[in-house]
Design a protein around this ligand. Structure first.
Ligand code: HEC
Ligand code: HEC
Length: 469
């Protein structure tokens, strides 16, 4: 009798839950939770709920029943078929190389960085997509960096791109009006990206542009500075690391099939899933400068900070850049086909970052602009010279950027994210500083010539730039 009752109860329960996976099923329950794309200005409550879903998706270990794995698709950011069906579900080199975003972004908190062991082998993935060797002829090996404050970084890049585009328009208009060649400096937020020239006939000359792509879009993500937005990066990373394809890039309307990777699962990530992940990343609190409770350290850090100014480190690692607005539009204004953009949706969502618990802690300048304390310039620089090839280990160019150029690493959080450098293979701060060459040579030489205690002062300062646990 008891047995019968239990059976009935189970049947009833199973019936109610007909479409719902069982709570213990090996699936990610939060997938598809956001069924409509968020639109307009979100209330604090709506933001918090989206954030919760994003966090769950970032932490989830995706399973085959979610559509993880990509037997017939490569890691390429443009949908590309493999030549043969892949043998392995997970492959350390060509990927999929992990089951969760959180597997690599967790030091010292979720969304943080990671150790050398989580390095990623970045390749374009069009040919030789299935490499099984770490030989640099196949891929560029990169260390996992942190995502703290990523929303502020993307907002800065959007405003900088807007400013540079305005300078281009200005040059063209002035050249037309004066019927003379016009040459203008491409400066935004105190960072110079060289010069642009326009001719009376309406041609632009980009030969003197430096540190940014020719379309003058500042791409703040990846250590190469080649990815535009958290949205684009998330769609890339989901395919590369987990074999989870976003509908907005791999869906029927783009590839002619809703199961591009041939694993039997259609539309693995809805636009709403991607939005939740973006919202969570965009709202991650920025790292802080935390002065330790130690008189000697406080004094050393102060000396170290001014030494960095004297050495010229802050020419690239700028203490802060001013940000006009904390309204984070998603989808954003700068993405192109393959990633949703503001112009491809009816109404983008606005995540007001001033609603976060951390926004009030940021300083503002006299214009009311938020000073984002990134210690960076979102610009690419030449990092090697003929005497110093230390950071020139990569053999492949990525997105047509010279293999020896990298975007200035933002130093906020550096006190919590050892090891260092784009390959995460410098274990001590002094060693990565001494590895700088090229555009940073003069500054590195000044550091190298300083005495031991001044060098340690710089380390003392860098160690105050932390991610709070
Ligand atoms: C196997 C480790 C690994 C996994 C898993 C992983 N990442 Fe990353 N992530 C990296 C590495 C390495 C980089 C640096 C890439 C580069 O510089 O080219 C990075 C960079 C990023 C960046 C750019 C940060 C910046 O400031 O440049 C974002 C955003 C990001 N990851 C999001 C994600 C998301 C979202 C997921 C899950 C879908 C994810 N990552 C999964 C290793 C990983
Ligand atoms: C010309 C611009 C430039 C100058 C000047 C410069 N840096 Fe850098 N810095 C970079 C770039 C680019 C990177 C990323 C290098 C890489 O990993 O490929 C970097 C990386 C770093 C890192 C590693 C960050 C991490 O998370 O891995 C530290 C620390 C650092 N710089 C400190 C300094 C100090 C101290 C000075 C002055 C002695 C200095 N830098 C001068 C551009 C510069």
């Amino acid at each position: 009798m008891k047995f019968l009752l239990l059976c009935c109860a189970l049947l009833v329960h199973a019936n109610v839950m007909a479409d719902e996976p069982l709570p213990w099923a090996e699936v990610t329950h939060e997938l598809g939770e956001i069924d409509a794309l968020p639109a307009g200005r979100l209330s604090k409550r709506a933001l918090e709920s989206l954030n919760q879903t994003g966090k769950a998706l970032f932490s989830a270990h995706f399973t085959p029943a979610d559509g993880a794995g990509r037997p017939n698709a490569t890691q390429a950011i443009i949908p590309t078929k493999t030549r043969r069906t892949r043998e392995h579900v997970l492959l350390r080199t060509a990927g999929p190389d992990a089951t969760a975003c959180a597997s690599c972004h967790n030091q010292p908190v979720l969304g943080g960085a990671s150790d050398f062991v989580t390095n990623v082998f970045v390749s374009e993935g069009f040919t030789q997509a299935d490499f099984d060797s770490i030989d640099p002829q196949f891929s560029n090996e990169r260390g996992s960096n942190h995502l703290m404050g990523a929303g502020l970084i993307e907002l800065l890049a959007r405003e900088m791109s807007r400013d540079l585009a305005a300078i281009r328009t200005d040059a063209l208009v002035r050249a037309r009006d004066t019927q003379n060649d016009v040459r203008l400096e491409l400066t935004t937020k105190g960072v110079s990206f060289g010069f642009i020239s326009a001719s009376a006939e309406g041609l632009v000359d980009l030969n003197e542009v430096s540190g940014v792509d020719d379309d003058l879009t500042v791409r703040p993500f990846s250590q190469k500075g080649v990815m535009t937005s958290l949205r684009q990066f998330t769609v890339n990373a989901m395919n590369h690391h987990h074999g989870m394809q976003a509908e907005e890039r791999f869906g029927l309307h783009v590839t002619g099939t809703d199961d591009f990777d041939g694993d039997g699962y259609a539309n693995e990530l809805t636009p709403g899933d991607v939005s939740a992940l973006v919202a969570w990343q965009a709202m991650l609190e920025p790292p802080v400068q935390e002065v330790p409770n130690d008189e000697a350290w406080i004094a050393a850090a102060l000396r170290g900070k001014s030494a960095m100014e004297n050495f010229g480190c802050t020419g690239c690692h700028k203490e802060s850049l001013p940000l006009e607005s904390l309204d984070f539009f998603d989808p954003g204004p700068l993405d192109v086909v393959g990633t949703l953009s503001s112009s491809s949706v009816e109404e983008p969502a606005i995540y007001d970052l001033s609603l976060t618990f951390w926004a009030d802690q940021l300083t503002r300048n006299e214009d009311g602009h938020v000073l984002v304390p990134l210690f960076g310039d979102l610009k690419r620089h030449q990092m090697t010279d003929h005497k110093n090839e230390a950071l020139g280990n990569e053999k492949l160019s990525q997105r047509f950027v010279d293999r020896t150029r990298f975007m200035t690493a933002e130093l906020w959080g550096v006190g919590s994210t050892s090891p260092y450098g784009h390959r995460n293979d410098y274990v001590a701060l002094r060693d990565i500083i001494l590895a700088h060459g090229g555009d940073a040579k003069v500054s590195k030489d000044a550091f190298a010539a300083a005495n031991d205690s001044t060098q340690l002062d710089v380390v003392a300062f860098l160690k105050t730039l932390v991610i709070l646990p």
